[in-house]
Design a binder for this molecule. Sequence first.
Ligand SMILES: [Zn+2]
Length: 696
Amino acid sequence: MSDVGTVETMQRDEAAGELEWLAGEIARHDRLYHALDAPEISDADYDALRRRNAAIEARFPDLVRADSPALRVGAPPVEAFGKVAHAVPMLSLDNAMADEDVVEFIARIRRFLNLGEGDPVAISAEPKIDGLSCALRYEDGLLVRGATRGDGTTGEDITANVRTIFDIPQRLAAEGDPPALLEVRGEIFMHHADFQALNRRREDNGDPVFANPRNAAAGSVRQLDSRITARRRLRFFAYAWGEAEPAIDGSYSAFLDRLERLGFNVNPLRRLCRTAGELVEYHREIASMRHELGYDIDGVVLKIDDIALQRRLGFVGRAPRWAIAHKFEAEKVETRLLEIRIQVGRTGALTPVAELESVTVGGVVVSRATLHNQDYIEEKDIRVGDIVTIQRAGDVIPQVVTVDVDRRPEDARPFIFPDHCPECGSLAIRPEGEAVRRCTGGLVCPAQLTERLRHFVSREAFDIEGLGRKQVPQLIEAGLIREPADIFRLARDRGTLDRLESLDGWAEKKVQKLVKALDERRRIGLDRVIYGLGIRFVGETNARLLARHYGSLEGWRSAMLQIGTSDEEALAELNGIDGIGPRIVEALREFFAEGRNVEVLDALTGELQVEAVAMPNGDATPFSGKTLVFTGSLAMSRAEAKARAEALGAKVAGSVSKKTDFVIAGADAGSKARKAAELGIDVLSEAQWMEMAATS
Ligand SMILES: [Zn+2]
């Protein structure tokens, strides 16, 4: 492959030809990697392809293709979704709950078509995916629009979002003979593994978790910022069509085969059946394997296979007469609630769990179910000793759905939710407007210990070579580490090192290496220390903002102690830092209100030499160490302007005060520019700022 340098001398037609090749090649590798899990090239070679595509697109922006691989990473956010009218309505299916409903469905069709005893009718059966239906419009083989189902008549335009889903081809494959117009319909969904990983990440960030994969998929598809959608691993199964030109004829099963040739995933468990008996058997088989599929299904869909017969059968009201959804029975069962236990999650969330008399639901023995949170228990008035109905919704953790008040034991008392962490005794608080009560003992709580220490050694935090996610639980279990400072104490204590050497996988060499790595990390930037503490909402960016603002460990620590006592002046200063929102302020206040967290911090910093954050481009710029305020509308986005300023060593503040050094005023700058003038602060136009920034 030629290197990026040659792009500079590339001719237009050459560029167009290569962009076409790259679009096809990258799409092929995407599919091999994401859909088939069988990559042919290394990540580095793949990245090289994408970089080359980006370089050519940058030089020839007018040649950017509709199926450009760059679209896979998402586009800038939109204000709202546009509306899309479905030329062919997206209908819903009638439901069959019992086997007899399927028998009746077939009988009705036979009567309608006036079929004789001997005339077979083929029915295509496939799992019913529990996701989000969507319509994809392809013109001359190119994806031009994606839309949600909406109310069936009008949906939302989610084109930028569906472009980020690797199962959805941007260009239909030539093998399937792409028609002039084809609207492919199917289901967007999420695998259990991806759902769990997403929820873990959300929990780590303090964001609310999704209740089930369906909600997660729906929430991801309906993101106004498609770059967020791009980070969620969404999947797609195709199973229907809307508008098509030329019209789709023949059989439904042949159409599914063609969808596969066009580059779509079609459910591999589909089967052609000929009798009601076969359909009932198919339903039973799929039900028995539903928990091993790795994604949620809620039944099977049965469709008359012959498309000409489908047309003859037509619709009753808004549902087709030629199809039906044979649902799975809701997996609900009654049992007795023996105890309500409070579980403390990795991030300190107190979750009530119902301990149950063991019972079988959907082939699985269940002795525990989630009660979600405090409100849930209170609203349903769930008490220990009650007979409750539990349900396995989708394939997530079973939940208690109802309680039979009539069969309640006389001595049952309302449950009182604890206000202290059962694991560590720290205060557990529930911020206003939040459903979850949390333990505030971030660094002292054993329930949170493993994840806290894993976070502490992670690459963005202390980045300790030889001590990663895998080793942390091992060292905790061996009793070698209980808090961050212990990690550094390891290197100082011969006895501990001997014990470490005796552990699985720790030879003498490895221990020596770890000691060296630890000593290298004793000098560390304040921003990494702050980030490493794993305070809720304090990610890398916020940690850097705090480190820059307060300058030194001492400055930051003393300010935070004041925050912990809700000192008004300290709170006002913290609130005034551009980029630090009320959630972060509250999280810092909670953290520093717990004295034991401060002890842990002090023990840690006693082992370290904490450095003030180095300003990039250090002393060279006129903005180093200065405080800047941006106001008015700028040509550059606020985010970019801020990143630029920080790269030049400046701090960015949200409001003008005596501490402000420069105000950069864009068009229509209002009160801030006036205030700057009053205070005698230098006001720069955007052009002046750009010029100074460029030469710095
Ligand atoms: Zn705790």
